[in-house]
Design a protein around this ligand. Structure first.
Ligand code: ZN
Ligand code: ZN
Ligand code: ZN
Ligand code: ZN
Ligand code: ZN
Ligand code: ZN
Ligand code: ZN
Length: 414
């Protein structure tokens, strides 16, 4: 982009004009010795032929005598309003000279670009480029059969070498390329089809080319209005049915939710009817579920303990009863012993020649008869043998067994 050739919107102050190129300065520099300002490019070119200032002819030794122009000069030329160089092609852009390069590169739709297809070589306005790419004679196209990308100009030749063969229709046995084959399958006259009213019950089947003839004579054709009305009504009913099912499901969900809430509420209320829960609440403690569980398990434990204790009490009862019975038995044995001692005492008295009183004898006999039968067996056999003739007599039963012999001295004291 040559900024020396741009067209300015307004006339430019003559102090900003380079005397070499006669246009506003581009990249202005000042000669140190004489103070004249030029475009950097202009003065560099001028010094190649003559080493003097183009204005006052003073001598300039080298380019080292240049310095950049004052910032205000640079800004003034950079901010000059210009037209787009593509104004004649149609671009209406006006803007600062320093923005022109950006406009041409990014914005200007009237800039000319080379076609992206190398074989084409045409220069195209940017605004026309996408349209050109669609119709460019050098564009790449896709083979419809093998999907390979080939240049448009070679497509006809490719069809002879394309690796994908033409496809044969299975119904009419004609052949064509793949893209046309799909469409042909829909329209093939030999394709087997069913009647259009098959859903209402017509069982006709035949070639697609015979379908229109069948429709004329099809007995379902005159009724198709009724059938379609019936079908619509059926569909509406099905839809309504579905809606009702959905409603029922929603209601069921609501009922489930409410049941859960009621159950949670009754659980919560049971905290108040339970005396433990009430006392906890009155103390301001929140009885949470885990604490509740701990209490419940404690309760169960105590219940088990009580049950065990009950069993033990039953055992103790049985033992007590047994004990009482034993005591009674011991008492009766004691009574028998007492009776026997009395008898022995009586016998000893008799042996010494004393006469026992009638009352005493009566009581002794009664005691002996009331004693357990087992007592008789404790009498050793030799005791019976000593007086064998009187075994069944009352006296033989009253006679003390020998085992009691050693106690006799104590009995005498009684
Ligand atoms: Zn110049
Ligand atoms: Zn000068
Ligand atoms: Zn432009
Ligand atoms: Zn092109
Ligand atoms: Zn191909
Ligand atoms: Zn076919
Ligand atoms: Zn039919």
């Amino acid at each position: 982009m040559d900024l020396n050739s741009v067209v300015y919107v307004e006339s430019v102050n003559s102090n900003l004009i380079c005397c070499v190129c006669q246009t506003p300065f581009v990249d202005p520099v000042v000669i140190e010795s004489c103070g004249h300002t030029f475009c950097k490019n202009c003065i560099t070119q001028a010094l190649l032929t003559r080493s003097t200032c183009p204005v006052d002819r003073s001598h300039i030794s080298s380019v080292n005598e240049f310095r950049p122009a004052a910032k205000i000069i640079v800004n003034m030329v950079n901010e000059l309003l210009t037209y787009c160089p593509n104004k004649n092609a149609g671009c209406t852009y006006q803007g600062q000279r320093q923005l022109l390069i950006y406009h041409l590169k990014e914005e200007c739709m009237f800039a000319k670009l080379a076609c992206r297809n190398e074989e084409c070589g045409e220069m195209i306005l940017k605004k026309d480029l996408s349209k050109h790419m669609e119709s460019c004679k050098a564009r790449m196209v896709k083979c419809e059969n093998c999907e390979a990308k080939v240049q448009l100009s070679t497509l006809e030749g490719h069809k002879f070498t394309c690796p994908v063969k033409n496809i044969e229709c299975p119904f009419c046995h004609t052949t064509r390329i793949q893209s046309e084959h799909t469409l042909h399958l829909e329209e093939c006259p030999e394709k087997p089809v069913t009647c259009l009213h098959v859903e209402f019950g017509c069982s006709w089947e035949g070639r697609q080319c015979d379908l229109s003839d069948h429709i004329v004579s099809c007995s379902y054709e005159p009724l198709k209005g009724f059938f379609s009305m019936y079908k619509q009504r059926n569909e509406a009913l099905e839809q309504e049915n579905q809606q009702l099912r959905t409603n029922i499901q929603e209601l069921n969900n609501t009922v489930d939710l409410l049941e859960n809430q009621v159950s949670a509420m009754s659980d919560w209320l049971s905290n108040f009817t339970d005396p433990k829960g009430l006392s906890s609440n009155s103390e301001g403690q929140h009885l949470n579920s885990s604490a509740h569980d701990i209490l419940l398990s404690g309760n169960d434990h105590i219940k088990n303990e009580i049950e065990n204790l009950n069993f033990s009490l039953v055992d103790i009862d049985a033992i007590m009863t047994e004990n009482m019975r034993m005591q009674e038995e011991i008492q009766s044995v004691k009574n028998i012993c007492h009776g026997l001692r009395m008898q022995m005492h009586y016998l000893l008295m008799e042996k010494r020649g004393g006469e026992p009183s009638v009352g005493t004898t009566g009581s002794v006999v009664r005691t002996g008869l009331n004693g357990p039968i087992g007592i008789g067996r404790t009498v050793p056999p030799n005791a019976n043998n000593s007086k064998s003739g009187h075994d069944t007599s009352l006296e033989s039963n009253m006679r003390p067994p020998r085992s009691l012999g050693p106690e006799s001295p104590r009995q005498e004291k009684l």
